[in-house]
Design a protein around this ligand. Structure first.
Ligand SMILES: [Zn+2]
Length: 161
């Protein structure tokens, strides 16, 4: 296991579209283990592989008081509603911005054994799924800001992804 350096803007990997995982093998499982360890060592509840320098479609999410989730080739298949949230990103340290996210989402993908998983999520988990899947498409939360004055300095207890 290893803690991996988290890439920050303006690292160009954060703007690349990540590639689909074709074979879920030992190297992918090792990547997931390292991403989970890195996420827990950082003040974040989610991490996408491009944030640790790997341009593949893999995300991990660690909700407080829930088991960690790893999803390979994740996709949002449905979004419902809209709400305003404050969002921060481990790759854009020091800031949070107010943006719109879905109230709830449905997502699917594969687990580390290749089995299909489907997730119905709302609140923080829905926000994390949208945030991390955005990372796989080279999209950052600052792209969703209506204006720059919706961005401010982060408070210590605020959530980052
Ligand atoms: Zn992020």
């Amino acid at each position: 296991m290893a803690i991996i350096h988290i890439r920050e803007l303006p690292d160009p990997i954060l703007r690349q579209k990540a590639k689909r995982v074709r074979n879920i093998d030992g190297s992918i499982r090792r990547l997931i283990t390292d991403m989970i360890e890195t996420m827990h060592a950082a003040p974040g509840v989610g991490l996408a592989a491009p944030q640790v320098g790997v341009p593949l479609r893999v995300i991990v999410i660690g909700m407080p008081e829930d088991d960690d989730i790893a999803i390979i080739n994740p996709q949002i298949i449905r979004r419902n509603g809209e709400r305003l949230v404050n969002e921060g990103c481990l790759s854009i340290p020091g800031y949070v911005g107010q943006i719109k996210r879905a109230e709830s989402v449905r997502a699917k993908g594969r687990d580390q054994n290749g089995k299909e998983i489907r997730i119905k999520a709302d609140e923080l988990l829905a926000q994390a799924l949208e945030h991390e899947i955005d990372h796989l498409n080279g999209v950052l939360y600052i792209d969703h800001l209506e204006s720059q004055d919706k961005l401010r300095k982060i408070e210590p207890e605020e959530t980052q992804f």
